[in-house]
Write a protein that binds this ligand. Structure first.
Ligand SMILES: NC(=O)c1ccc[n+]([C@@H]2O[C@H](COP(=O)([O-])OP(=O)(O)OC[C@H]3O[C@@H](n4cnc5c(N)ncnc54)[C@H](O)[C@@H]3O)[C@@H](O)[C@H]2O)c1
Ligand SMILES: [Zn+2]
Length: 369
């Protein structure tokens, strides 16, 4: 078992990472002092694939559990699903001592987390993430919430779990495209903090998730450790936590202009990381060799859906309305080298547009304007 600790004073918690840890959930929860009655929030797909192992483990440790099944998909990450969850919690007579378990990807984790943050003004939560993205990103750090028609993740709360249980073996049932989506986020951790991790992921990911389970477990642990370290130092994203947004400024704009239909989140971030590397290169922050390496390694994960038909004006419009934009300058997280990024708060729109246009029109190998 590999354990990563998140240091947040009285909100500190452990992240347990191990192949097969799902079947130890009951004994881990017992040690944590969880309530006798538990409520598991999941969806029908994940419940059918992995619910049994969890339920067996909970029953073996003497827990009684009930389940709330929510509809599957980002389009159900809404206030109306929250209403459904709250009503179920009320029907189950959940009190402040009842623990909630989130079994699923980021959509389940964000909603179960928000339910735990808000029902009775806060009840204990354990995250059991089942996608690569949720294992290395969304289950850690305490961001919870739902979407509005007006935008993604507009309503939510910071709420830390009591523990996170990460079982990489669960990823074997994940569709390959979803798995690779998580690999882009894993590469992000390498670029922002750890060049050896970046190279290791590049070498190993073609074997995952079936082969080399120990390496996958090790890579997940290193990504989790980076996120945990950043969150421990800056829980509410005043500055340092922004480095986790590397690739996300361009990436979010690509998702928005395609109505969240063309790319998985990770694919949009894949494009976004290459574009940010171009921008960094154009500003003389990043050498040509490393910019090319980022481009090549990201492109090797899988063919990214095309961007050549997208309107640069629309993308720029979204960039400007991004939460991180102010005035005529956009805040960007840019690589100085692989393994180190810096926040650039005064990048001109001209430079942003230039890197974008050369990427859209000339392809990933086009560097300067
Ligand atoms: N809170 C945060 O800090 C944070 C960070 C990043 C992303 N997010 C949020 O996470 C969400 C995306 O999460 P996601 O990528 O995990 O998507 P997801 O939760 O929609 O899961 C993707 C699909 O895989 C299925 N699935 C999950 N586990 C499976 C398994 N083991 N085997 C087979 N199928 C499985 C799901 O049912 C779903 O159909 C977004 O809503 C995003 O806003 C939150
Ligand atoms: Zn992301």
């Amino acid at each position: 078992m590999r354990t990563v600790h998140v240091h947040l004073q009285d909100r500190s918690y452990d992240i347990h990472i191990a192949n097969g840890v799902l079947s130890e959930a009951g004994s881990i929860l017992k040690k944590l002092g969880a309530s006798q009655d538990l409520v598991v929030i999941t969806n029908a797909k994940v419940g059918a694939l992995h619910g049994n192992v969890l339920m067996k483990s909970l029953a073996k440790a003497g827990f009684a559990s009930r389940t709330i099944l929510v509809s599957d998909g980002e389009r159900f990450k809404t206030l109306s699903t929250m209403q459904f969850i709250y009503k179920r919690l009320a029907r189950y007579r959940v009190d402040r001592k009842t623990w909630l378990l989130a079994l699923g990807g980021g959509v389940i984790g964000d909603m179960a987390g928000f339910a735990a943050a808000t029902y009775l003004r806060g009840i204990p939560l354990v995250q059991i993430p089942t996608t690569l993205l949720s294992q290395i990103d969304s289950s850690i750090g305490g961001k919870t919430g739902v979407n509005l028609n007006e935008g993604k993740n507009l309503v939510g709360a910071f709420y830390q779990p009591a523990a996170v249980l990460i079982d990489p073996l669960l990823l074997r049932t994940l569709p390959l495209r979803e798995f690779r989506s998580g690999i882009y986020e894993a590469l992000k951790y390498g670029i922002i903090r750890d060049d050896a991790l970046f190279r290791l992921i590049d070498r190993k990911h073609p074997h995952f998730p079936e082969s080399e389970p120990r390496s996958l477990e090790g890579i997940i642990k290193r990504c989790v450790a980076i996120k945990a370290e950043v969150v421990s130092k800056d829980e509410r994203e005043s500055k340092l936590r922004m480095v986790l947004n590397f690739g996300h400024t361009y990436g979010h704009a690509l998702e928005a202009v395609t109505n969240y239909r063309r790319f998985t989140h990770g694919e949009a971030i894949g494009h976004g990381m290459i574009m940010a590397a171009h921008l960094s290169h154009n500003l003389n922050w990043l050498g040509t060799k490393e910019a090319l390496q980022i481009q090549q390694v990201v492109s090797r994960v899988s063919p990214l859906p095309s961007v050549s038909d997208l309107s640069p004006q629309k993308i720029l419009h979204h960039l400007m309305s991004d939460k991180k934009a102010f005035g005529q300058k956009v805040r960007f997280v840019l690589p100085r080298r692989i393994g180190q990024v810096e926040i650039a708060s005064d990048v001109s729109m001209k430079d942003v547009a230039c890197a974008l246009q050369s990427y859209l029109y000339l392809g990933p190998y086009a560097f300067a304007c």
